[in-house]
Design a protein around this ligand. Structure first.
Ligand code: DC
Length: 221
């Protein structure tokens, strides 16, 4: 019998998944795995090697041996690439678009999914991503599909980036979010989609606290 519980939180960029996932992991005292960070680190590696982010043959030259580690420092996830902490660097806007591109490559998804399943098999965790409930962990005990209108999501990301000192243009950000949504939903292999048995949550008019307490209510029930 399985000893651990897995909570899958899927949805498009900026839907609030990661904030909600962090709060849930704290509340339930289980691990939070931000799977997007793994795609972002792969994108950073691809950019560093000057490989085109849609070039599957190029990416295949390094993906099986990628030195990508997820560590937890004071309870927070840190992402290491080739031994270096890249947790901040992978949040830069140009890496976001590159991550959306590399995540459409089959060889990348196979590698990431394998790593994610190994983690989820060995501990209780809440995972946020695009394909967790539909592909990575179809048997997860709890599945939620968290979304919001693309205007609301762009504004949230804008505020987040400005608070971190980045200079960004809201219209440009909205265009990028729309493009990433399109990429994520239309790739051939394991696209962003709601698992049939996932609970749908539109958070456009909900606070983070409301979303967290809704999900906790379901999990604790
Ligand atoms: O959640 P995020 O914005 O950090 O994710 C970065 C990119 O990675 C996003 O464009 C989609 C992709 N991704 C994915 O394809 N599957 C996942 N499970 C997580 C992220």
């Amino acid at each position: 019998m399985k000893k651990f519980i897995n909570i899958a939180l899927d949805g498009p960029s900026g839907s609030g998944k990661s904030t909600v996932a962090k709060a849930l992991s704290k509340e339930l005292n289980i691990l939070y795995l931000d799977t997007g960070a793994m795609y972002r680190a792969t994108a950073l590696k691809t950019l560093e090697l000057n490989i085109d982010t849609f070039d599957e043959e190029g990416v295949k030259t390094f993906i099986d041996d990628i030195n990508l580690e997820i560590k937890y420092v004071d309870g927070a996830q840190r992402t290491f690439l080739d031994g270096k902490d890249v947790s901040e660097k992978i949040r830069e806007p140009h890496v976001s678009m590159a991550a959306s591109n590399v995540s459409s490559l089959r060889c990348v998804r196979l590698k990431m999914v394998d790593m994610q399943r190994k983690i989820a098999d060995n501990m209780s965790c809440v995972l946020d991503g695009r394909d967790i409930g539909s592909y990575v962990l179809p048997n997860a005990e709890f599945k939620f599909y968290v979304t919001a209108s693309s205007e609301v999501r762009a504004l949230r990301r804008y505020k987040e980036l400005v608070a971190k000192g980045h200079q960004v243009d809201l219209k440009e950000l909205q265009k990028e979010i729309d493009q990433r949504d399109y990429n994520d939903k239309n790739r051939d292999f394991a696209p962003l989609k709601q698992a049939e048995d996932a609970v749908y949550l539109d958070t456009s008019d909900m606070s983070i606290e409301e979303v967290v307490s809704f999900i906790l209510g379901k999990v604790k029930a």
